[in-house]
Each structure stands twice: as C-alpha cells, then as structure tokens.
Design a binder for this molecule. Structure first.
Ligand SMILES: [Zn+2]
Ligand SMILES: [Zn+2]
Length: 254
C-alpha cells in the first residue's frame, strides 16, 4: 500500500493544500484542496472516499470531484463517513443550493455518489487493504482512521484534541509504521486550540506520552502562517519522539 500526501496544511496559500491522502490510486482519506492537483484520469480512478468529519478543509474538493468525473465512471463514488457527517453534507452542501445532490444524479437508481455510514470500530475491506474507524475528539463528530495491509499500517488522527480512547486504540495496533497526527496551532494560541479542539505542541507532547508503540510520527494540519513556529515547538515538546513535519508530495510505503 502506498499513501501519497496530496495536502496536509491547515490552510491554503502558495503551495499549501488542505488535508487529503491518496491510498494507492483508488482510496482517498479526506477530500481537502490537495485533491485538486490530480489529473482527470487520477480523479476518475478514485472509488472510495473516507471522511474524518464535515469541516470544509476536509471535504472542499468532494463536490467538484464527483461533478468532474461522475460521468466518466461506471460505478458511483462511495463516500464513507459518520452518519452525522453524511447528514451535514446532505443538509449544507449537496442540497441543490450550494451543489446538486449527486446521490440522485443522473438518476436515483444509478447515482454518481453513494454514502456508506461508518461507526467507531467499523472496518471496511477493500482488496487486501483495510480502513478501520477510530475515535477522535473534535468540535463536530469526527473519526481517526487506521489504514492497513497484512504487513503494516498507519493511523491518521484527523482533527482532534486530547483523547484517551484514541491512544487506547492506537496502542493496540500491531505493525504501526506511521502515526500522522495533527498539531494545528502554536503554543501561544493554546486557548484557541482548546476551543477549536485541535492540538498545540505542549499538548501534543502530553498526548504522545500515552503512546506505547514506536511508529514514525508525522505532523499534519499546521497553520501555514505559523509553520516554522509550530515545527520548532513540536521539536521541543515531543519527549522521546522525533516527529517530522509531513509535506505535500510525501509518499508513505506500507
Ligand atoms: Zn475540523
Ligand atoms: Zn481541519
């Protein structure tokens, strides 16, 4: 399994793109603005989209993706998400006001997009690759994902604040090669981070202290305007770990 980082920024501007990871050629984990750099052929090959939560930086490219390639595909794109996320997308995006409802286009019995509900602990198997949904703790219902093969796996935290349930699950993962975890804000913005249920470097250090495995730690969702500060503070507060800042274009081999 190969995971290509299409976007891992907490914002846009210059080369910054928001959260999206392409697993092999056919599975997306989140659908942020990084998706928009793919070719039409690459977009048309995406069969499954897993969404951590409903926030715009994680779903922004989904409406345009479905519209751009729906007519080129023989099967609908399957969007896997929590029921609350699906309800939010239906109410606020695919509502015929912001965008058409592609679960009824071109016809409700052969749509370009279908929704599949996820729950914490659910596992979806896709040809020798598995995506398991883990608990996240954010301002809206949210998931983390454990994507794995028989050989190795990665965990992607999604957007989250502190969360003991998450670490209990992560500590039970065998062959954990990568942990992609968010640190959205610098320490000076910790009040804002706590209100928005994101991590900041001091808190990341406290969370990593609960990790009993030894994966490579990759930091995502840094605010683009504060990238250097957050990276420096992560280095100072990460304890026994040496996290790397994830970069758009990185490829993770599993
Ligand atoms: Zn969010
Ligand atoms: Zn986000």
């Amino acid at each position: 399994m190969k995971v290509r980082v299409l976007g891992c920024s907490g914002g846009i501007g210059a080369r910054a793109r928001t959260t999206s990871f392409l697993v092999d050629h056919d599975i997306l984990l989140d659908s942020g603005t990084g998706v928009e750099d793919l070719s039409v052929e690459e977009l048309a090959a995406i069969d499954h989209v897993f969404l951590t939560h409903s926030h715009l930086d994680h779903v922004a490219a989904l409406p345009l993706l479905v519209d751009s390639v729906g007519g080129l595909r023989a099967r609908p794109i399957v969007v896997h998400a929590l029921p609350e996320t699906i309800a939010a997308l239906k109410a606020h995006i695919f509502n015929w006001v912001i965008w058409p409802d592609f679960t009824e286009i071109p016809h409700y019995d052969r749509p370009w997009m279908v929704f599949e509900p996820l729950s914490i602990g659910s596992i979806v198997e896709l040809g020798g690759r598995w995506v398991r949904s883990l608990a996240a703790s954010h301002t809206v219902p949210a998931l983390a994902f454990h994507a794995y093969t028989e050989q190795a796996g990665l965990v992607f935290s999604g957007d989250t604040g502190p969360n003991d349930d998450f670490w209990r699950q992560v500590n039970g993962v065998p062959n954990l090669k990568y942990l992609i975890i968010e640190t959205a804000f610098a320490n000076r913005d910790q009040d804002l981070a706590m209100t928005a249920k994101h991590l900041f470097p001091i808190q990341l250090g406290q969370e990593l202290a609960k990790l009993q495995r030894d994966p490579e730690i990759l930091i995502t969702h840094l605010k683009p305007s504060d990238r250097e500060t957050i990276a420096r503070e992560v280095g100072a507060w990460a304890g026994r770990f040496t996290p790397k800042m994830l970069e758009r274009g990185d490829v993770l081999e599993l």
